[in-house]
Design a protein around this ligand. Structure first.
Ligand code: KG4
Ligand code: ZN
Length: 351
């Protein structure tokens, strides 16, 4: 079984190919950083047009990397939401057209589910597990019981963790995307240099909040005025990263304790989404899992940020269960993983 996956929900045009033996046969990612750089953020219309420009080539390159043709595929998957709707439509329509011509199954993949299931491809993680999904648009703790069986335990009440990294980086003049920039700048800094707030820390439950932290960084930068030195930026970046890591640690620990109190067992703690690429955060979560005798798994950093491999894998997981979608499946700007959860996801684009 070989599946091709297309990801176009934000600013990466990505195509991946995986097989049922958990082999990654192709992983092509074209970032649109340059297209959006003059505007200081992702412009939806520019994103959709760039996906349209690049997608055909990316599919061709991926098939060539894998050394296969379209007729070797068992199915074609595409992110069908949540995300910037213009881009999602480009990817989903392309996948449907290819599937229709080749008479192959089409699988409409939820972008969040693709992040959620990636550790099963990279680390062979079994169900059930606790997932910390941390990206540019989402920060959620999810009890993953199986493919399609997700219970949200906590979510952010304001910004997403990735957004906090991105806004912090912008304030510190580090550019976009902020997460990798903050991580790099922080290596030379002191995480205890500035006392930044850690909203929700020690509170019951496992919801998150980051807006107070963002405001604190803004005030810190304003106090400093024009004279931001390299040392200041490094210390501020390290302090921001330490605060975010503390928040994620505390909330995840509460989720694990909550599950234990309800006698719900999990095999592993899994981190996924762009922010899970951060080494300091990974180390803290690994420490937490270790203390609870749980396995910790997170995809390699390149598969934490948006990619086509995760979409192909999620498609393959559905296909293995005999699930496929109709060509009338709509692209969805919003598509919660757990429709029963009342909490709202606020962020960049929903992706
Ligand atoms: O999953 P993703 O690629 O796209 C969304 O679905 O949102 O996540 C992007 C987010 C951005 O906010 C980016 O700054 C953050 O992930 N990110 C990181 C790192 N790499 C990416 N945050 C912290 N440390 C990193 N190394
Ligand atoms: Zn994502």
């Amino acid at each position: 079984m070989i599946v091709l996956g297309i990801e176009t929900s934000c600013d990466e045009t990505a195509v991946g190919i995986v097989d049922a033996e958990r082999r990654i046969r192709a992983n092509r990612v074209a970032s649109q950083l340059q297209e959006h750089a003059p505007y200081g953020g992702v412009v939806p219309e520019i994103a959709a047009r760039a996906h349209l420009d690049k997608l055909d080539d990316m599919i061709r390159f991926a098939l060539s990397d894998a050394g296969i043709g379209l007729s070797d595929l068992s199915g074609i998957a595409a992110t069908s939401g949540p995300g910037l709707i213009g881009g999602v439509m480009v990817g989903a329509m392309t996948a449907k057209a290819m599937a229709a011509v080749m008479r192959l199954p089409f699988i409409a993949v939820n972008h969040l589910e693709a992040h959620a299931l990636t550790a099963r491809l990279t680390d062979d993680v079994g169900f059930p597990f606790l997932l910390l999904l941390v990206s540019g648009g989402h920060t959620q703790l999810i009890h993953v019981k199986g493919v399609g069986a997700y219970t949200t335990l906590g979510t952010t009440i304001d910004d997403a963790a990735g957004e906090c990294f991105d806004k912090g980086a912008k304030l510190l003049g580090l550019g976009y995307p902020g997460g990798p920039m903050i991580e790099r700048a922080a290596t030379g800094g002191n995480g205890k240099a500035f006392e930044l707030p850690r909203p929700m820390l020690g509170r019951r439950g496992c919801d998150f909040s980051f807006s107070g932290l963002k405001t604190a960084v803004r005030l810190l930068v304003a106090q400093k005025g024009e004279g931001m030195t390299g040392r200041f930026v490094a210390d501020a970046a390290a302090s921001l990263q330490a605060a975010i890591a503390d928040i994620l640690f505390d909330r995840t620990r509460n989720a694990l304790q909550g599950l234990e109190a309800e006698n719900v067992s999990v095999t592993s703690l899994v981190a996924a989404g762009g922010v899970a690429a951060n080494q300091v955060i990974r180390a803290r979560l690994a420490q937490l899992a270790g203390a609870q005798n749980l396995r910790f798994a997170a995809p390699p950093p390149a598969l934490c940020t948006d990619n086509g491999v995760m979409v192909a894998w999620a498609g393959l997981e559905h296909l293995k269960l005999g699930q496929r979608d109709g060509f009338d499946t709509a692209a969805r700007p919003r598509w919660p993983l757990d429709p029963h959860h009342a909490g709202k996801s606020i962020g960049k684009s929903g992706a």
